[in-house]
Design a protein around this ligand. Structure first.
Ligand SMILES: [Zn+2]
Length: 107
């Protein structure tokens, strides 16, 4: 379910996905198929990890990557969930062919 709530989107970002919501910063983003595909990949990841485990894993992996990279943006971009979503965001058929726990290939 897509909703527009600009107040909760961090600076520099256009969207956040918290199952079952894809929360967008603005109305125009509703037409951005690549952005939506990226967020739909996160929806699938959250569903297969029963939501709470996704955020727990996301947070722990972010901290580990932050220690490694010593850079917040690089840490975020290298979280396995983000690597999978960024790698496949232009492939609009990706979710039809994606294997269960596809993010594990990006660890
Ligand atoms: Zn993402």
């Amino acid at each position: 379910m897509i909703i527009i709530v600009p107040q909760i989107i961090a600076r520099g970002f256009c969207a956040v996905t918290i199952y079952p919501f894809v929360i967008l910063k603005n109305q125009e983003s509703k037409n951005d198929v690549v952005l939506l595909n990226h967020e739909y990949i996160h929806l699938r990841q959250q569903k297969e990890l029963f939501w709470a485990f996704f955020f727990l894993w996301y947070g722990i992996e972010y901290l580990i990557r932050l220690i490694y990279y010593r850079n917040r943006y690089l840490a975020y971009r290298n979280i396995s969930f983000e690597r999978e979503a960024y790698h496949h965001e232009f492939d609009l058929n990706y979710l039809q062919n994606r294997k269960l726990f596809g993010f594990l290939r990006f660890l």
